[in-house]
Write a protein that binds this ligand. Structure first.
Ligand SMILES: C[S@@+](CC[C@H](N)C(=O)[O-])C[C@H]1O[C@@H](n2cnc3c(N)ncnc32)[C@H](O)[C@@H]1O
Length: 244
């Protein structure tokens, strides 16, 4: 049976790739890349550059066109499920076609494969043999850049999405990390005693950081976010909200 290595490669800085990840990359026969279209072209290019930098032999890559996703669907969860199923089918087909019985496939996962990344679930669904190599997530880069801890003394941390934060502050937790936020859902808390530690394009030369009392820095974050998004055509940002 072939094996697939899901390799976390950090969220932008090539120096965040671990020695274990480099060794894993060098053990791979074929890399499988899900091409997410133009918006993610820079991320695909970043992964290609990592392979060029760290793999000593020849690199064989198979690109799988990402199936279209119905972002306007009323049933959001259903649309994501359909898209994930189709993605899994295409990936499974490619792995079956390209890898012999003892072959090793590789999938480079952005950041850490355990955080908002569907690759592990897909491998489970396909019933494939796989290993996971952890990576440095965007959350770890965020806290390091701002020189803050993720949790307060013995306290919990809640990691969520912009979509969920827009529906309400998570119960029982004052420290909330927000990812996958299309448009700063934290806006609704601007009049509350909340501090924000925000970072975009973390670990890359385009990195932007802002922090402070939410009500005081939100306008500026909105402005720099809009400007960067217009200039680059895409944005990836993550933030920690800390309620007093
Ligand atoms: C699909 S999730 C993948 C997360 C990834 N597995 C990780 O460990 O960081 C994508 C989200 O991660 C965050 N993200 C990933 N890379 C980032 C970066 N370099 N700078 C800021 N946020 C990033 C953003 O919130 C983005 O919407």
């Amino acid at each position: 049976m072939p094996k697939v290595l899901i390799i976390g490669v950090g969220a932008g800085d090539p120096e965040h790739v671990t020695v274990q990840a480099i060794n894993a990359m060098n053990a791979v026969d074929v890399f499988f890349v899900l091409d997410k279209g133009e918006a993610a072209a820079e991320l695909t290019e970043a992964r290609r550059a990592l392979l060029e930098r760290y793999v000593t032999g020849a690199v064989r890559t198979v690109v799988i066109a990402d199936p279209p996703r119905d972002r306007a669907a009323a049933d959001y969860a259903g649309a994501v499920r359909d898209w994930r199923d189709e993605r899994a089918r295409l990936l499974g087909e490619a792995i079956g076609r390209e890898l012999g019985p003892g072959g090793v496939g590789g999938i480079l996962a952005w950041g850490d494969p355990a955080l908002y990344d569907g690759t592990i679930r897909i491998m489970d669904d396909l019933g494939l043999d796989f290993e996971v190599v952890p990576g440095i997530s965007s959350v770890q880069i965020l806290t390091a850049r701002h020189r803050v801890t993720l949790n307060r003394v013995a306290g919990p941390v809640h990691i969520t999405t912009g979509r969920r934060l827009a529906a309400g502050w998570p119960a029982g937790c004052d420290d909330v990390v927000v990812m996958l936020d299309a448009g700063l859902s934290c806006r609704r808390y601007r009049d509350e005693p909340v501090d924000i530690y925000w970072g975009a394009y973390l670990g890359t030369p385009d990195e932007i950081l802002r922090s402070g009392r939410l009500g005081e820095v939100l306008d500026e974050i909105e402005a720099v976010r809009a400007e960067a998004r217009a200039r680059k055509g895409w944005i990836m940002d993550t933030y920690l909200l800390r309620r007093a």
